[in-house]
Design a protein around this ligand. Structure first.
Ligand SMILES: [Zn+2]
Length: 129
């Protein structure tokens, strides 16, 4: 007789597919800190991201003070760095790390100053047509 087969059950394994892709650990050599959600595209832990961001903003400030022009790309990362910091501040709001928050707020301040500098000191922005 037909229909005596046990119908295939809903595969339970499907649930695994729904799990968030693991972001993994910081790509810096010797660093095993995990990457926060907000820095998935940077592939860096928060401390290393902040290290790099401070170096970048420092260079940009020096450029501005020398009256040199910032590229459109530089302005893009200024904005994306600021967004990443804001995201991380939101994510860490439940379990704040005082030192990291201080660094993030300091970085935001520098980024804001840099944007002001670009806006008000007639720093030429090179845009590719
Ligand atoms: Zn790291």
């Amino acid at each position: 007789m037909l229909g005596s087969h046990v119908p295939w059950g809903r595969p339970e394994a499907m649930e695994c597919v729904m799990a968030l892709a693991a972001i993994g650990n910081c790509h810096r050599e010797g660093c095993s800190s995990s990457i926060p959600q907000g820095l998935a595209t940077e592939q860096l832990c928060l401390n290393h991201f902040l290290d790099e961001a401070f170096v970048r903003t420092d260079h940009a400030l020096q450029y501005c003070r020398q009256g040199r022009s910032l590229s459109a790309g530089s302005l893009d990362w200024l904005l994306s760095d600021a967004l990443a910091v804001v995201k991380n501040l939101e994510e860490s709001a439940d379990q704040p790390d005082a030192d990291q928050r201080d660094r993030m707020l300091e970085l935001l301040l520098i980024l804001a100053n840099l944007q002001e500098y670009v806006a008000h000191h007639s720093v030429r922005v090179e845009r590719l047509a």
